[in-house]
Design a protein around this ligand. Structure first.
Ligand SMILES: [Cu+2]
Length: 319
């Protein structure tokens, strides 16, 4: 590799790194792990900064020395030593190989321990137990089910602040990617499978959640508000969902699961047009997520008319 190539490559790395930090500052504060609102996102941010700093031990000297060499050993500078036959320096080789090897060893240890610590399946506090929320990814909305409270929502998900929340998730359409950026990283959801994500919010607040995997025309609308509430606020919210909700049954689920934005789903279900496309359900069949998920693994193929992601999906009636 020529020096020019190297410096090109380095300027590219620099531009990407700098834009990353600039752009992450532009994102709405509560949507990014760079302004963490919980312990998981805080650990992710600390990990990124640590890893970037360690990498800079190798990157910064190159960024500084390459322009300096170019300047110092330019043709017209008669003060610089000209040694066209120079080809090897033992101490220099030890530094040039030794430092990067050390960095890779340290990065490996960092990555290993961070991967274990940030395992999304690992309960945040095993002694405390999870506040359970089940999630079904649909075109183009997320259905949140509270199996212990008998309610479900679309467009917003609330949970008590300071309590570890365990999301059990699946998809009833294509693969999607669930993320509440300010609390934790993204996790994929897939039909016929369950994935798990643990989050916790430090302070009461509202954070943006979204689907991060393109899934068709309504993709941009597949966002929701994640709301960390005080216990009193949360109880009031649950009471409101229970009072204002419609029953979640086979028919309402079929209407909800059909490809539509949240607002279109409100119309299809004939429920109030709440801001943000929010829909409340109050009567939840037992183990609804398992019923939806396990259709795909019964051993019999699921007919296309029964798959919400299919163009021939039947929106109404029971099969
Ligand atoms: Cu999978």
């Amino acid at each position: 590799m020529t020096r020019n190539n190297i410096s090109q490559r380095i300027s590219y790395i620099l531009i990407v790194t700098v834009s990353f930090f600039l752009l992450s500052g532009c994102v709405q504060g509560e949507a990014s792990f760079m302004s963490p609102q919980g312990p998981v996102a805080a650990a992710q941010k600390a990990h990124l900064i640590r890893v970037t700093a360690i990498t800079m031990i190798a990157v910064l000297p190159v960024l500084i020395l390459v322009p300096w060499f170019l300047w110092r050993y330019r043709y017209k500078n008669t003060n610089a030593r000209y040694t066209p036959d120079w080809e090897f320096s033992g101490p220099l080789d030890v530094v040039m190989w030794g430092v990067p090897i050390l960095i890779i060893v340290v990065l490996s240890v960092q990555l290993w321990s961070a991967t274990k610590a940030l395992d999304p399946y690992r309960p945040i506090d095993p002694a405390e137990g999870d506040f359970r929320v089940q999630v079904i990814g649909l075109d183009w909305k997320w259905l949140f089910i509270y199996p212990d409270l008998g309610i479900a929502t679309v467009g917003e998900v609330a949970f008590p602040v300071g309590e570890p929340v365990g999301f059990e998730m699946t998809s009833d359409t294509v693969m999607q990617s669930f993320a509440i950026g300010a609390l934790a990283g993204q996790i994929y959801v897939m039909p016929g499978m369950s994935t798990t994500l643990h989050v916790e919010a430090d302070q009461p607040g509202t954070f943006e959640g979204e689907n991060m995997q393109f899934s068709g025309v309504g993709f941009a609308d597949q966002k929701f508000q994640a709301m960390a509430m005080t216990p009193a606020e949360f109880d009031a919210w649950v009471a409101q969902v229970r009072a204002d909700g419609v029953a979640l049954d086979a028919d309402s689920y079929r209407a909800l699961a059909a490809p539509s934005t949240k607002a279109q789903a409100q119309t299809a279900l004939a429920v109030p047009a709440r801001p943000g496309g929010v829909i409340y359900f109050n009567n939840i069949p037992a183990d609804f997520l398992a019923t939806v998920r396990d259709r795909y693994t019964s051993g019999k193929p699921v007919d296309a008319t029964q798959q919400p992601g299919s163009p021939t999906y039947q929106k109404g009636g029971t099969p």
